[in-house]
Ligand binder design. Structure first.
Ligand code: CA
Length: 223
């Protein structure tokens, strides 16, 4: 298995890497949430992510949420420091598949990993539709009136965000948070530029279009 370990405790990280490697897994490690997200979203095919909750830059819950929001279905095993019910619930809500309370026995970690690998993906990616727009989250394919449209990752995310909340006005900041998950410093003008590109690509069909709501944001509007 190709496993990513996101853990800021350098000693534990090294230990996990050594043990997992001995067990014939291919292991990548990240000491921060940001590095972990970068590896997980860089196109590397991962079979599992071992994710610590307490990370220096943002929580493991956030990392899990961002991965799921980006459409990743990689099995996530969360490492929590306390056996608090609220932590477990938050972890599972955030998209983790399983959790392990520190300190844990290494054999148990391996057993959980094997179980995760056997489990079929639980989150079904959905096809979002509105009027002529169809967006398939699993294949990341977008069609307008049945014709495929080639979108960049950001354009795809923006359209996805709008399609998830048809008719609802979304602010530029909301779209920024959704489509640029790393807290990259961008201005709302960036969103405007992408909306412009997106409109050119998907066209402004009479049935459904991306409407500018002055001073507020954008929405997908029918009719
Ligand atoms: Ca930690």
């Amino acid at each position: 298995m190709h496993v990513l370990v996101v853990e800021d405790d350098a000693r534990l990280s090294r230990l996990l890497k050594r043990l997992l490697t001995q067990d014939r897994h291919v292991v990548e490690t990240a000491l921060t949430a940001e590095d972990g997200l970068e590896i997980a979203t860089s196109g590397t095919e991962l079979d599992a992510v071992i994710l610590d909750v307490g990370l220096p830059d943002r929580s493991g819950f956030d990392v899990a949420r961002l991965l799921r929001r980006n459409g990743s279905q990689v099995p996530i095993l969360m490492l929590t420091a306390r056996d608090a019910v609220s932590d477990r619930v938050e972890g599972l809500d955030a998209g983790a598949d399983d959790y392990l309370v520190k300190p844990f026995a290494y054999e148990e970690l391996l057993a959980r990993l094997r179980a995760l690998a056997r489990r079929p993906p639980t989150r079904k990616a959905v096809a979002l539709r509105s009027g002529p727009f169809e967006l398939d989250e699993a294949t990341r394919r977008v069609t307008v009136g049945g014709k495929p449209v080639d979108l960049s990752q950001r354009e795809f995310s923006i359209l996805e965000c709008l399609l998830r909340r048809p008719g609802q006005v979304l602010s530029r900041d909301q779209l920024l948070d959704y489509a640029w998950p790393y807290g990259v410093a961008l201005t709302p003008n960036t969103v405007e530029a992408y909306i412009h590109l997106l409109r050119e690509k998907v066209g402004n069909s009479a049935a459904v279009h991306i409407e500018t709501v002055r001073g507020v944001g954008y929405r997908l509007r029918e009719g």
